[in-house]
Design a protein around this ligand. Structure first.
Ligand code: SF4
Length: 145
């Protein structure tokens, strides 16, 4: 086990603290994947009857579901204060994809991948250090690969 940890380039941990830029919730068209269980949880959180979200919040993509985006790329649940601070309107129940940012497989492939992603996320390489164990625990939540 120790050998496996040692071999990871981020064995010393990685710093991250959300700066509320909203960059990970906006920008180029993408997907915010949600499972049926997450959809039910979000619906309940919003006080919507039943265990499903209406069309304005949810779209079907093939066999999967993604939260809706506005034309400008903002997630339907992205809110911004007058000062420009971004916040998630469903923070307490946001999908796993959002909870696990920026510790995604695609960002953890190498330090180059991590630093490339950090160009678009001011919270990466800043703030408290997340240890290898903490990162792996987040990864177990099934971050996108
Ligand atoms: S659900 Fe919340 S955290 Fe996830 S993309 Fe939308 S606004 Fe961002």
């Amino acid at each position: 086990m120790a050998k496996k940890y040692k071999s990871k380039w981020y064995a010393g941990g990685l710093a991250f603290e959300c700066q509320q830029s909203g960059n990970c919730c906006s920008g180029e068209p993408g997907h915010v994947w949600v499972t049926k269980k997450e959809i039910a949880t979000i619906a309940k959180y919003l006080g919507i009857e039943g265990d499903w979200l209406p069309r304005k919040y949810l779209r079907r993509v093939g066999f999967r579901y993604s939260l809706t985006e506005y034309a400008n790329g903002d997630c339907v649940f992205l809110g911004r204060s007058e000062e420009g601070c971004a916040s998630c309107q469903i923070h307490e129940v946001k999908p796993t994809q959002c909870r696990t940012w920026p510790f995604w497989g695609s960002n953890l492939k190498s330090s180059d991948h991590w630093n490339e992603a950090a160009k678009g996320c001011p919270g990466m390489n800043r703030g408290p250090l997340h240890t290898l164990v903490q990162i792996d625990e987040i990864r177990l939540m099934k971050a996108p690969s």
